[in-house]
Design a protein around this ligand. Structure first.
Ligand code: FE2
Ligand code: FE2
Length: 277
């Protein structure tokens, strides 16, 4: 018992000492608030990312990719954003922040990074498509929070590495609740760690609440619609059998579109992730 308690402390301490996003300073925080605000404009986003070379050049290269190219080479950020479309650029920037500024910055091992990245993109795309059908929440916000819902796993992948990866696979294949297994083993779970991390990084409150409760479901009434979308998408991406609620039905029906979106994002980031299910 004492050992487990110290493991929990060790994991939480790791969050406290975690340093990321050193290069971008205030840019990331500003970006998250633009991405989260459905009244933000094309110009707001342009004003922030034009100063960031990595993001600008990625957006331009995606505008020139086979998905959007109309045979005319695109050289400016503004042109690229018009070609891709505002909502789509927001998705790309969100993914970039997640991959470049969180996953890569924390130096996760490539296979572990890929494991988490694939699951996160799958849930994000499914949740966004679902939000587009149900109309309870802004699909863009849903995409962002769904992409980040398992952020607490980053800490476990960093500190416990292989043993954690094995534990995840074992829990999924045996249909066990991952959180219960984590608590039994580490005295904490990826919900609690994700919550502490998201508060440290000053994510909006509804994000921190969804991250904290995406398995136990215990959020305040006002966050329920958002949580419901993320939970349905999360179950859809991991379960082989599907429940009977309307969300699961919609997701199943839209499966092809969701997989196309997932593949597109994977290609954009050239992380060569092939969904197997
Ligand atoms: Fe989770
Ligand atoms: Fe998940």
């Amino acid at each position: 018992m004492i050992r487990m308690e110290s493991l929990r402390e060790q994991l939480i301490d790791r969050i406290k000492t975690l340093q990321i996003l050193p290069t971008l300073d205030g840019v990331v925080e500003k970006l998250f608030s633009i991405l989260d605000d459905k009244d933000s404009s094309f110009r707001d986003l342009n004003d922030v990312i034009k100063y960031d070379q990595a993001i600008s050049s990625k957006v331009i290269s995606i505008a020139n990719s086979a998905y959007y190219s109309r045979g005319v080479e695109i050289l400016s950020l503004q042109r690229a954003m018009i070609t891709i479309g505002y909502e789509e650029v927001k998705n790309i920037v969100t993914c970039m922040l997640f991959v470049e500024n969180i996953l890569k910055e924390l130096k996760l091992r490539p296979d572990l990074l890929m494991e988490l990245w694939k699951h996160s993109v799958h849930v994000a795309c499914a949740a966004r498509v679902l939000a587009g059908r149900i109309f309870t929440e802004d699909p863009q916000k849903v995409f962002t929070v769904a992409l980040l819902h398992d952020i607490g796993k980053v800490i476990l992948y960093m500190v416990v590495r292989d043993a954690y990866s094995e534990l995840v696979r074992d829990a999924v294949s045996k249909g066990k609740s991952l959180n219960k297994v984590e608590i039994a083993r580490f005295g904490t779970d990826h919900e609690e760690l994700g919550y502490i991390l998201s508060v440290k990084w000053r994510f909006p409150e509804e994000f921190t609440q969804v991250i904290k409760h995406h398995h136990d479901g215990a959020v305040l009434e006002k966050y329920q619609p958002l949580l419901k979308l993320v939970r349905a998408a999360d179950r859809f991406s991991t379960a082989s059998t599907h429940d009977a609620d309307p969300e699961a039905f919609i997701l199943l029906k839209e499966r092809e579109e969701i997989m196309k979106e997932v593949q597109k994002i994977m290609n954009f980031f050239q992380l060569n992730g092939h969904e197997t299910n």
